[in-house]
Design a protein around this ligand. Structure first.
Ligand SMILES: [Zn+2]
Length: 329
């Protein structure tokens, strides 16, 4: 049995760093990072990560339960699997991060931040991802699981990294089965974990926002039933559960609102929900020498936050696009 979450929260390492049973081989690579390989063949190599933001508890608990079920044999392992709990010190402190947001640091961007445990961890996680996928000929997946701080008109959504290749139809089928409400297509590179694994390891990757988080032990995991069923099917290479709700909506980022000055003003209330629709012409933000008004007939705001550090993104403006956009960009 391997209780990855309990070990990680306690700051413990397991007595042995690796082991095996009749069906799998496991290896504790470092704090909060566990690799599981089936004894039989596999067709997919899958990274599942959570806790890059330490207080986003529900997906961490979800992944931990999946690991326990794999170890106890409740769920057969049919993929090569890397489970990553991203930021253990922040998880222990129930904080999003301690020094700086790790999900801005990947792709070497950690060097632009003051050195901290988090810059060191981001650098090591990059290495872990590269090692895991090195020479791997199976299909490569990475899902980075998050929960949002604010309310959202579309509560469950995925954010696809900007990449030159079309998005993976297999991954989108998985996300359909996970009952996501929407997908958002990035159109510029970024420092997210999922962008890194797309760009550097050529994995089909996605950041998933799965609802609102509560402290450990207080999550209504029922809220996460869709993603849970999809991940269970994924790790056991079983047919995906059929989607029950209406089709996913697809958006793309038209504009990132970058805070370039301490004088940056965002004209939205602090509790503005994700996917709030804003009419054409609305003045959204201003800073010296620059302002942004809604350009298209309909635009939606995602992650509005004027309190980010100068140089970082204070929000994203989206337009809705046909699903075929996913395969034609
Ligand atoms: Zn997050």
């Amino acid at each position: 049995m391997m209780d990855l979450l309990a070990l990680t929260l306690a700051g413990h390492t397991p007595d042995k760093s690796h082991g095996e049973n009749a069906t799998l081989h496991w290896q504790w690579l470092e704090e909060g990072v566990l690799e599981l390989s089936p004894q039989s063949g596999y067709r997919q190599a899958v990274v599942l990560s959570a806790g890059i933001h330490g207080n986003e508890t529900a997906p961490i608990e979800l992944l931990n339960r999946l690991v326990i079920e794999i170890f106890t044999g409740v769920r057969p392992l049919a993929v090569r699997l890397l489970v990553v709990l991203g930021n253990p010190p922040a998880m222990r402190a129930d904080k999003r991060y301690l020094a700086s947001d790790m999900n801005r640091m990947f792709g070497g961007r950690y060097s632009q931040f003051s050195p901290s445990d988090e810059t060191a961890r981001a650098q090591r996680l990059e290495q872990v991802i590269c090692n895991f996928f090195a020479g791997e000929r199976a299909t490569r997946f990475h899902l980075d699981l998050h929960t949002a701080i604010r309310e959202s008109y579309l509560p469950r959504f995925g954010i696809l990294p900007c990449q030159p290749e079309p998005y993976s139809a297999d991954m989108l089928a998985l996300l359909d089965a996970a009952e996501l409400d929407a997908m958002v297509i990035h159109r510029a590179p970024g420092g997210t974990f999922s962008h890194f694994s797309s760009e550097q390891a050529h994995a089909a990757s996605c950041t998933l926002e799965l609802g609102k988080a509560r402290p450990f032990g207080h999550n209504d995991l029922q809220q996460f039933a869709g993603i849970n069923r999809a991940l269970q099917a994924l790790v056991s290479a079983l047919p995906l559960p059929p989607r029950q709700q209406e089709p996913m909506r697809v958006f793309r980022v038209e504009q990132s609102l970058i805070k370039r000055s301490e004088a940056f003003k965002l004209y939205l209330s602090d509790d503005t929900a994700n996917f709030t629709a804003l009419p054409q012409g609305t003045l959204l933000c201003e800073q010296p020498g620059e302002s942004y008004r809604v350009k298209h007939e309909n635009e939606w705001i995602l992650f509005p936050n004027p309190n980010v550090a100068v140089g970082l993104r204070a929000g994203m403006m989206l337009t809705e696009v046909p699903r075929s956009t996913l395969f034609s960009e």
